[in-house]
Design a protein around this ligand. Structure first.
Ligand code: NAD
Length: 324
């Protein structure tokens, strides 16, 4: 079983993926500058504090741990901030990734798994978004992800670096042991924000837009559990190594839930009540964003272990025990 460097492994999705990797017999080494991540989330795992842009340090780690694959989670992730501060996003999410890829080429590391995003597609042109959907990102964050995917094609052609680009839809949920979960200082994701309202950490939950052309007027998104995403990482990595071929997959459940449905499910599972405020639509929020996961299902044999109720239960458990 090979050694894997998990860049950004102290963050939300990375910290879940290292546990699934370990459970499957891999040896994950975490590399993170802790700008957003949490040391507590990687307790018991080999950890190196460092920046994505530090090529020398990365090359030393590749050698020291005999790294075969890099899984890359380290990026800035707030769409609104990317509009206000594009330079910050292009620097961290693109320039520093080029530096990492160069370190890999120079250090002879062959495989790269990339956290891409549904944001590369922009406004959906059909109900379910498959891999052939046009790619027209509508904000700098989405453009950084698409740029890296394009750079990866060039690096494959020129240097033979193989990659799997995984476009997540809405990542959510927490580890079923309740010891790790989502914890962002400036939370922008719906489910943790609903829990903040439910637990009295914020006054209310604001629903942006209730006049969308959807079943109840609120936005519909595709929610996928972090551990299901972690499974897909491992399946994609194994296929890439077996076939020595680069690929791209859309990762979502294929089911859409409205904001009102998510709020209703949290209320039902926790038994908590909280204030809901209705606000106007936000610019750039499409009415519906749902993945077509057929390619990942057929080519990787990927299935999901967590439905919406189970996702909310894991978050509820984490919120009760939360240590960071
Ligand atoms: N959360 C989602 O719903 C979602 C959806 C689509 C794509 N993604 C992508 O998945 C990846 C992980 O997302 P997340 O929610 O876990 O984010 P996160 O902020 O929780 O984790 C990112 C980690 O990367 C680290 N990091 C950032 N810049 C770094 C740098 N220059 N050097 C070293 N470490 C650095 C941070 O400290 C943090 O621990 C990101 O690339 C994100 O764009 C997330």
């Amino acid at each position: 079983m090979s050694n894997i460097l998990v860049v950004g492994g102290a963050g939300y999705i990375g910290s879940h993926t290292i546990r699934v990797l370990k459970d499957k017999g891999y040896f994950p080494v975490v590399y993170d500058n802790l700008s957003k991540g949490h040391k507590k989330a990687v307790r018991g795992f080999p950890f190196v504090k460092g920046d994505l842009g530090n090529k020398k340090k990365l090359k030393n780690i590749f050698k020291k741990y005999d790294i075969e694959t890099v899984m890359h989670f380290a990026a800035f992730t707030e769409v609104g901030e990317s509009v206000a501060k594009p330079s910050k996003y292009y620097e961290n999410n693109v320039c520093k990734v080029i530096s990492l890829l160069d370190a890999m080429v120079e250090g002879g590391v062959k495989y790269f798994v990339f956290s891409s995003s549904a944001a590369i597609f922009g406004e959906p042109e059909k109900e379910r978004i498959d891999e052939n959907h046009p790619q027209n990102p509508i904000n700098p964050y989405g453009r950084t992800k698409l740029m890296v995917e394009q750079i990866l094609k060039d690096y494959d052609e020129a240097y033979g670096l193989k990659s799997a680009s995984l476009r997540y839809f809405n990542a959510c949920g927490a580890h079923p042991d309740g010891k790790i979960g989502e914890s962002h200082e400036n939370e922008t994701h719906l489910i943790p924000i609903i829990f903040q309202a439910a637990l009295g950490k914020r006054e209310s939950i604001k629903v942006f837009g209730c006049d969308y052309p959807t079943k109840d007027g609120t936005c519909i998104r595709d929610y996928v559990h972090v551990n299901d995403l972690a499974d897909a990482h491992i399946l994609a990595m194994e296929k890439m190594a077996r076939e020595n071929k680069s690929e791209r997959y859309n990762l979502g459940s294929g089911n859409g839930y409205s904001v009102k449905e998510i709020i209703g499910t949290v209320k039902k599972i926790t038994g908590l009540d909280f204030k809901i405020e209705y606000a106007p639509r936000r610019a750039g929020d499409p009415a519906t964003l749902i993945a077509d996961p057929a390619k990942a299902e057929t080519e990787l044999g990927w299935t999901r272990r967590y439905n919406l109720e189970r996702i909310i239960e894991t978050v509820s458990d984490w919120e009760k025990k939360r240590k960071y």
